[in-house]
Write a protein that binds this ligand. Structure first.
Ligand code: 13P
Length: 341
């Protein structure tokens, strides 16, 4: 394990030097998930349409400028653009890091109805060695914590946290920076205080397990949810409220050794996610680079703009570049609503 290199990559995923920020594009939708996104815009999901869409994003000027790393999926890490240049080469040439989602999705947690465990530890070491050879420099594993009556159980939190820690340790052995993603879901009608409480239980256990597994914290990126009320809660929270609760959560749970915290968007719309990230960074300097690793909140408008038609490719790129720029400003606390115009 090359610790200097691991911590350099973990820092670079959040920062561009001189106090500037960058963020991560989560484009690691599984074939099933991208199929659902395409269905929503009336596009058939095929190897070719998926390639065309990913190529639009990867050839955008945001890659390297605002986007420090792109999380790919097994299919896309091996894929090439229409002209035969591999996606990995395109990302590297732009000055960004290729990354890869390595978990194998969710399975029901036996004996715990409504809860899940992330799969993928079996054979992981072999897959990581191959991905590193294919050019990946970082990885992602997503654990999902459901919120509902009597849920999450301590067992679900502990089992998922331990899997995250084992994943992270494997990645370091393969000289890959792990993005550790414990996502407390936004589904449900719970309030912000409840999200805070569940997120605190989760992150506390995640860092306990990371330490038990002797994970080198300077070489990871944490990808948490922000502290927000459930999507079905009667009231939305103001960005300042989300920011204060989220910062309080991080201060309670995340060691300052972790260089980069890159949030998921998790069902917030594009503007909400940007506004909340901005409010968080407006609260002042914190020990971590607080940035984004958004999927939907970077891609929604770009996807709708593209709508499966090559004539819309440039307009889709402009839409994606705009969101990347807005989020980089938010990652420095320099965004405002009027910049969206
Ligand atoms: P969202 O930003 O759409 O939540 O996606 C981020 C991600 O990578 C989820 O695993």
């Amino acid at each position: 394990m090359d610790r200097d290199q691991l911590s350099a990559v973990a820092i670079a995923l959040g920062a561009a030097g001189d106090g500037f920020r960058k963020g991560v594009l989560a484009a690691d939708e599984s074939t099933g998930t991208i199929g659902k996104r395409f269905e929503a815009i009336g596009v058939e999901s095929s190897l070719e349409t998926r390639r065309d869409y990913r190529e639009i994003l990867l050839r955008s000027e945001a890659i390297g400028a605002q986007i420090s790393g792109v999380i790919l999926y097994d299919e896309t890490l091996r894929q090439s653009a229409a002209d035969g240049t591999s996606f990995v080469e395109i990302i590297e040439a732009a000055g960004a890091f290729p990354g890869i989602k390595v978990d194998r999705g969710l399975a029901p947690l036996p004996g715990f109805p409504g809860e899940s465990i992330t799969q993928g530890l079996d054979g992981l070491a072999g897959r990581l060695a191959e991905y590193r050879k294919l050019g990946a420099r970082f990885t992602k594993w997503r654990a999902v914590i459901d919120v509902g009556p009597g849920v999450p159980s301590d067992h679900a939190i502990a089992a998922n946290a331990q899997a995250l820690a084992r994943f992270a340790a494997h990645c370091h052995s393969a000289d890959l920076v792990p993005i550790v993603e414990p996502e407390v879901l936004m589904d449900g009608d719970h309030d912000l205080a409840h999200c805070y409480a569940v997120s605190k239980r989760t992150l506390t256990r995640v860092f306990y397990e990371l330490n038990e597994a002797r994970v080198f914290l300077e070489g990871i990126v944490l990808k948490p949810n922000m502290v927000v009320p459930g999507l079905k809660h009667i009231r939305k929270a103001e960005p300042e409220e989300v920011a204060r609760a989220t910062l309080r959560l991080l201060c309670n749970c995340v060691p300052a050794a972790v260089p980069t915290i890159a949030f998921l968007s998790g069902g917030q719309n594009e503007i909400e996610a940007t506004a909340n990230l901005d409010a968080l960074n407006k609260l002042g300097p914190s020990p971590w680079a607080l940035t984004f690793s958004f999927g939907r909140a970077l891609q929604s408008t770009a996807q709708k703009t593209w709508a499966g038609r090559s004539v819309n490719a440039t307009a889709a790129q402009r839409a994606f570049e705009h969101r990347a720029l807005m989020n980089v400003l938010a990652a420095r606390g320099r965004w405002s609503q009027d910049l969206e115009a």
